[in-house]
Design a protein around this ligand. Sequence first.
Ligand code: ZN
Length: 424
Amino acid sequence: MADLKYIICGKLFNGKDDEFYEGWKILVDGNKIAAVGPELERPESAMVIDLSDSTVTPGMIDAHMHMDFWDWHTIRQEVYETSEEAKTLSCLHTAQKTLARGFTTVRHMGGITSNGFGILDVKRAIDAGHFSGSRIIAASRFICGAGSHGDLSQAFSRNPEMGMIAQKLRKSLGAGPDFMVNAVREEIKYGSDFIKIMATGGFFTPNDNPMQTQLNDEELEAVIRTAHEWGKTVTAHVYSVPHIRKLLQYRIDGMEHCALMDNETADMIADSGTYVVPTFSPYEEAIHYDPEGLKDKQPEFRAKLELYKDSLQQGRKVIKNARNIRLGFGTDFVANHMNYESGYEYKAWFESDMGVFRTLKAATSVNAGIVQMEDRIGTIEPGKLADIAAWRRDFFTDPYAMLDCAFVMKDGVVYNTESDIAKE
Ligand SMILES: [Zn+2]
């Protein structure tokens, strides 16, 4: 017997159009969307789901997450004080929490605490139906060099003996093109969906800075060429303008952050078709300068946000005006908010006047392209997987709208929701 569900929408954003359609209906057949429109007959056998008091959207997608920790307040301890098994469990916990928040697909950008491949076990267990959770697209480990933003043993920089032991735990950390070629092949061998590299320094790590080039030309060329030979995409953690331009020359597929870029570079990115996931949330206290809010940050992170405040503010304007870049929606929560509270990124886009539909498209159809699933998710159209969410609040007026999920369906199955709004 057919498993039909008939969803009555208050408003509907279909993932593509700059419009909320009033009173439309969606017919779900099994795990797929069968039909959508204003005048849709209800088949007699269909179960009715009445969301007439809500805004219905495609299931949201977070394109930049680190799922392998329990609590950002303890993330630095978790790197060294919890087992790989516990880290794997934290990935599952995060996937369950994101699904309950209306994010039906998430992209894991390499382990922060983890050095292993547990995220891929979680992905496979969810895909097989052993656990509920968001669909995961993962790079299990990021590829990086010693002392780089990806080298968490920076924490032991005043204790080289411990630092050297800790550095050895990170098998995807090394130097030279041969190392990089092998690291890419290993990532693919064990099941990573794409490759993530740390190309420049960053904000959160204590002893590097975002202007540093942390992989040289030969290493970058080796990583990108090898991944492409094997049919995988590469995305880079990157800030500085010269390095963004270099990555474009090497035909990188995507870039994360790019928070310090200028208009000319933005035009070059737009021409290349390379996507950017700007991860607004971690810099909010520097963008809308809030010295009190900055006091809650880790000391080194706070110092860098203060130092680069003006450049970050300028960079945000550049990103806002770069209307031709494929701009994805991702959170990168490692130092503010729990990693599953992805709806805070909506608040950040809202407060930078990015536009409601531009933001919603980034979190749905644009991100579906970034995770290379545009033929299956990201829009509400016949034939797509039935990944559907609904929201009580008004996206036009409420920066917290994406933190208050009212309904979530993944692959045609309805799951319980959790709201973060009680905390606000
Ligand atoms: Zn990140």
